[in-house]
Design a protein. Structure first.
Length: 558
């Protein structure tokens, strides 16, 4: 996050500043980003990453990357690798501080033994269904387990047997002994260990019991010497439990949990489970499908990481959840690309134009600006020949009054090249479709102007037939039709089944011939595009990042 001391402080910054003033942690600031490796990171995680790493950077502190890998059933090294790639892509570095909760499984087990010895944990034989029933409701207190008052010796022996694999999965759990009448449901004797025979992606089959997230998280923070555990607002009700474990185990200088509002966007859903279903059911092609809200999808689509960071900075750090218009993110993307993306000419619906009076075999090159917003961008030279292609929408045989592009008998400018006039329309005799225009060019208008300075209303982009690069262009729209994808209770009913339009046989100017995957351009009049990894030596594939239209920018100016 681009946090500057000159900007007003947010409440997290103020809290850390106060802790430094009171010497709470000896002046240290040490944060962590703790993803669960059970899916790909999404745009909401970007905000958390910016806050965790950004606050550490602001105060000259450190930020760890720690994978909270306590559920081997859902975790995979694929997710670990993708998370690290996403964080690096955003421009953050954990240096040598890469950790896993599984690094601490032995220590966490010893902590559990200590809780049992203190009389603060017990082995419970209730089934998962019975535990839920005993838990009570928001308006009714819970009921104590009949196994809650087992002796310390019996609990230690049973817990050791759990670790040794003496009992089947789900038959016993270790629970914290807190308060079944607590108004906070998280404090009603929560489960801290369960029996689960599953191969872990790092520890293999060493363990058949695994700690629960709410138990492992605060203690992992403590082991790493974290000072400020920054997390999203849904963990606010978990903070008393976070603090309880640290106090019960008498952790010196326990970390401090501070919650902030998560990032919610219109037309966007970030549930990993539901995103996975979209993939499994074939609605999208994978975690990096450019319509997905994942960072890998945004990277593939062409979003600049600097634009995402700037967006998170503008959204700011709040205490209350809200929903941000997706157009704000697109506005940040456009601002970045407008300054840095080279302009090129691309024809998505080609219409052949033959310049009948242009010399056959002749090729010229015309200089045209790379980016008018960048004074250092320079120019490129675009080849021109007797046959060019324009957009089919740039010609009308019987145009309305305010149509200023090409029509029979009308003169227009080809950008940076010549003035041309349409003389003849050639149609397919079977279908009546226009297949070719025969035009004349004015040799005196080279470069886009004439000696007599006559004025034309229309300027068209074009590509030379002999030099055009064949391309597939993918035009993306929102994956969901409504601002709230779960409006009505069924997010699948709100899916936009026309969220991508694939255009074949597009033509792009020759300057992109050697374009690398991820390269970004502005296609004149079409929007911003990036080169997709599906590109081959024979055909480039482009993803539209965003259109040129910026509704949010206009709203801000009005």
């Amino acid at each position: 996050m681009s946090i500057s001391e000159s900007k007003p402080s947010n409440f997290i910054q103020e809290a850390i500043e106060n802790d430094i003033k009171t010497n709470r942690y000896g002046g240290r600031v040490h944060t962590r980003f703790p993803p669960e490796p059970n899916g790909y990171l999404h745009i909401g995680h970007a905000k958390a990453i910016c806050i965790d790493f950004g606050m550490a950077e602001l105060f000259g502190g450190l930020c760890n990357l720690r994978f909270d890998d306590t559920n081997p059933v859902k975790e995979d090294t694929e997710y670990v690798d993708s998370i690290m790639e996403d964080i690096r892509w955003l421009g953050f570095d954990w240096e040598d501080r890469l950790y896993y909760a599984s690094d601490y499984f032995d220590q966490l087990y010893e902590y559990a033994v200590e809780l049992i010895k203190k009389g603060k944990a017990f082995v419970c034989d209730l089934s998962p269904e019975e535990i839920r029933a005993y838990r009570g409701t928001l308006t009714e207190p819970g009921k104590e387990s009949p196994y809650r008052n087992r002796s310390i010796e019996e609990n230690l022996a049973l817990f050791e047997q759990m670790k040794a694999g003496a009992f089947p999965d789900g038959s016993r759990v270790l629970r914290a002994k807190i308060d079944m009448r607590s108004p906070n449901m998280n404090m009603r004797d929560p489960v801290i260990y369960r029996i689960l025979r599953a191969t872990h992606h790092r520890t293999g089959d060493k363990w058949c019991i695994y700690p629960m997230y709410d138990y492992a998280h605060p203690l992992s923070d403590a082991i790493e010497g974290i000072t400020h555990s920054l997390c999203s607002l849904e963990f606010e009700d978990h903070r008393p439990l976070y603090d309880w474990f640290l106090e019960a185990l008498e952790i010196p200088q326990p970390p401090r949990q501070i919650e902030f509002a998560r990032l919610n966007l219109t037309r966007t859903m970030t549930s990993k489970r539901k995103l996975r279903k979209l993939i499994e059911d074939g609605f999208v092609a994978g975690w990096d499908d450019p319509r997905m809200p994942t960072l890998s999808a945004m990277r593939r689509r062409g979003f600049p990481p600097s634009a995402i960071k700037e967006f998170c900075n503008r959204v700011g750090v709040a205490k209350n959840n809200s929903v941000v218009d997706f157009a704000q993110l697109e506005h940040c993307v456009r601002e970045e690309l407008n300054l840095h993306a080279p302009r090129i000419m691309a024809v998505l619906n080609p219409l052949r134009v033959v310049l009948v009076n242009y010399p056959e075999g002749q090729v010229e090159e015309f200089a045209t600006e790379n980016n008018p917003e960048d004074p250092n961008a320079g120019v490129r030279h675009v080849p021109f020949s007797r046959v060019v292609y324009i957009e089919r929408d740039d010609f009308m045989e019987d145009p309305p009054k305010k149509f200023f592009r090409l029509a029979p008998g009308r003169e227009v400018r080809l950008k940076s090249a010549y003035y041309i006039t349409c003389q003849e329309v050639v149609k397919d005799p079977q279908t009546g479709e226009i297949v070719e225009l025969r035009c004349t060019y004015d040799p005196e208008s080279r470069g886009g102007s004439t000696p007599d300075n006559r004025r034309v209303r229309g300027t068209l982009h074009w590509v030379s037939e002999d030099h055009a690069v064949k391309a597939e262009v993918r035009l993306y729209d929102h994956l969901f039709l409504t601002d709230d994808p779960e409006d009505g209770g069924d997010y699948l009913a709100n899916l936009n089944h026309q969220s991508v339009e694939i255009k074949k046989n597009c033509l792009v100017e020759a300057s992109v011939t050697a374009a690398e995957t991820g390269a970004r351009y502005q296609f004149l009049r079409h929007g911003y595009f990036s080169v997709d990894p599906d590109s081959t030596a024979d055909e480039l594939v482009f993803n539209r990042i965003v259109s040129l239209k910026d509704s949010w920018g206009k709203m801000q100016k009005s």
